[in-house]
Each structure stands twice: as C-alpha cells, then as structure tokens.
Design a protein around this ligand. Structure first.
Ligand code: UT7
Length: 328
C-alpha cells in the first residue's frame, strides 16, 4: 500500500489585524481578560469587496503549487474544510479550483467545523492509499468574521480569519506520511455550538437577522470541557493503537481554540510545552484553519522523520487525532 505523504504546505492570513485593544473599544472586555482567559492577543480579518473564503484558498493553493513546482492542471482532487464557504452552495472547493485554473480536478467541501481539516485530511489520504489519485490538495480555511457578532463579547474575542493546506502524494516508503487517524462525532453537542438560522431548519428572514441568529452561538464552558477530554482521549487511543509513548512524539499540533485548553491537554499527557505548536496569540481561532496554519508557521522547524500528532475538537461535536511522520 502507498502511504499519503505531505509534499508541500501553504498558508494565508489577511493583513488586517484586530487586536485586543481594538476589541476593548467594541465590547465590554479588556486585553487582560482576553489574554488570561484565552491566550489571544490579536486575530486577522479579511476585508475587501468580493473577498471571501475562496480568496484565501486561492492564495494557499498557489503557494502549495509554487513550492512543489507543479502546475494547476496536475491537481486531481481538492477537499476544502470550511464552515464559511463563499455561498451555501456551490461548494467552495470548486470555486477555488476554477479560480486557480485546475481544469483536471474535482473537489468538494467538508463541514466538520474545527475538526474539518482532520476529517478532510483523512478522506484525502484514502484516495491516495487506494491508488485512485496521486495529487490531492487538502485545505482548512475559515472566514469567521463573516458569521461573528461583534457585539457578543463571548465569541468575537476568540475567532479570526485564515487557513492553510497541504498537498498529498503517494510514497512507497511506509515509514512516512499520514499513518493513522481517529475521528469521532457526537451530534448532541450541536446544542452548545451552532448557528441558529440560515439553514433549512430556519431559512434566513428579517426576523432571524434582527434576532442575530445568523451568527455563531456558543455556550463556552461545556465546549471547553468536552474539547479537553475529546482531544486527550483520541490522542491516547492513537498512541496505544500505534504502540507509541508520548515521549516519542516530536510535536503536538492542537486546535487553537483557547490557550487554557491547549495547556490542559499538554498537562494531562505530561507533554513538554516547547513541543506544542502554538500561534493562537497571533491568529486566534480560525476554525478549520488552525491546524494547517500551525504546520505552515512551524514548517522550517520540522525535520524528516519527526513524529507529529494533530488533534482537534469543534462544532458538531466533532473531534479526532491524526498521527503523521514528517516526510521532508
Ligand atoms: O473552536 C471551537 C470550539 N470552541 C472552544 O473550544 C471554546 C471553548 N470555550 C472557551 O474557550 C471558553 O469557555 C470561553 C473563552 C468562551 C469563555 O471563557 P470562560 O473562562 O469559560 O468564561 P465564562 O464563560 O465562564 O465567563 C466568565 C465570566 C462571566 O462573567 P460572570 O458571569 O462570572 O460575571 C462572563 O460574562 O467572564 C465574562 N466574560 C467576559 N468578560 C470580559 C465572558 N466573555 C468576556 C469577555 N470579556 N470577552
């Protein structure tokens, strides 16, 4: 069996910064509260007429292609994890493929909120392992500013815009690449994290907009607790299944939702903090974007053979962990 290996990475964050000091002027909050409760100092916001999630996707795909030295027509498939696609339909993957000129590819979106990148990566891995395709792009991108209420201090301080992606290709060397994934879901968790209106359950209306139901609703505490337990349990299961100890792991790449969640996960696993990828202070929570943004940010520090665990938790609830041995 061929393994799916990551052969190129791209990332994108918009230039515009929304700092904690900016938020102090918008809602009843302080830099001290946001920093101590979440670890976030600033986040990026995508601005500009006509710019949406596909705009960020195009920048990411172009970086991936340029770094690998291949052309758009060589892409065979693209999976885009997002909850903030340009439109409810069509999918944003196809818009991105059109805009980059990938004439020989098809694609689709995956909606698994903050776990979306892991769900998409695992799906794409199967297309490579089965021998179906040789060049598949996986993106995790969100423009959270499009669904955030900047009058709600419990959510607007957390989220930001951005994302990243990887190119997957086959390798005959079984020791490298995407080795294993554990993915989980519990739909009853939708009560704590959702958007009330805009879907078929409650199509958008003047009333739904006046009631702010087109924005993210989150009951943070239960999400926080479930995030820590879900990430730790899938990491432990993954280690056991692959006969690994946490001491053998070179990098933990956790979803960047809250620095206190990241610290709790590391502490419960007795894992050193300097081996945990963190960029939440710069970018906040970019939902499906956080994991590839971390890999992109830390790419220069990665070495061939590094053992990496990615772990995420998010809306659905969805959660999971993936074990990768770095390929370059
Ligand atoms: O990525 C998707 C998954 N999402 C997550 O993993 C997020 C998980 N949850 C969290 O990260 C945290 O629950 C939050 C950051 C959302 C909230 O932090 P918390 O420590 O759970 O705060 P809390 O909701 O218990 O609120 C504590 C207090 C409350 O005041 P009272 O009732 O004690 O008087 C809030 O009203 O802090 C207040 N508060 C704020 N104060 C200043 C809530 N938001 C703010 C704010 N600034 N921005």
């Amino acid at each position: 069996m061929s393994r799916a290996v990551i052969t190129s990475i791209g990332g994108f964050v918009p230039d515009d910064i929304l700092s904690n000091q900016d938020l102090e002027k918008m809602v009843d909050t302080t830099d001290e509260w946001i920093t101590s409760r979440t670890g976030i100092k600033e986040r990026r916001i995508l601005k500009g007429e006509g710019k949406a999630t596909s705009y960020m996707g195009v920048q990411i795909v172009n970086e991936i292609l340029q770094k690998r030295g291949i052309t758009p027509d060589q892409i065979e498939m693209l999976i885009c994890a997002t909850v903030t696609g340009d439109m409810i339909f069509p999918d944003t993957a196809n818009t991105i493929l059109d805009k980059v000129g990938a004439k020989n590819a098809f694609g689709y979106d995956i909606n698994a909120a903050c776990s979306g990148f892991l769900f998409a990566l695992t799906t794409a891995t199967k297309f490579i392992e089965s021998g179906t395709f040789k060049k598949v792009i996986v993106l995790g991108i969100d423009m959270m500013s499009s669904i955030i209420d900047y009058k709600d201090r419990t959510t607007c301080i957390i989220f930001g815009d951005g994302g990243g992606g990887v190119l997957l290709e086959p390798s005959e060397d079984e020791g490298y690449g995407i080795i294993d994934s554990i993915l989980k879901a519990d739909g009853s968790g939708r009560a704590y994290l959702h958007m009330k209106a805009g879907g078929s359950l409650k199509p958008p209306s003047i009333d739904s907009v006046l009631a702010n139901e087109h924005y993210v609703y989150q009951d943070g505490k239960p999400v926080f607790k479930a995030a820590v337990t879900g990430m730790v349990s899938t990491i432990k299961e993954l280690l056991e299944r692959n006969k690994l100890d946490m001491e053998e792991i070179d990098w933990l790449v956790p979803h960047q939702a809250n620095m206190r969640i990241i610290n709790s996960v590391a502490e419960m696993l007795d894992f050193p903090k300097d081996k945990v990828m963190v960029n939440i202070h710069k970018f906040g929570n970019t939902t499906a974007g956080t994991l590839p943004l971390c890999l992109w940010d830390y790419e220069k520090r990665l070495k061939k053979g590094d053992k990496i665990i990615l772990s995420a938790f998010g809306g659905g609830f969805t959660w999971g962990s993936t074990y990768i041995v770095w390929n370059y």
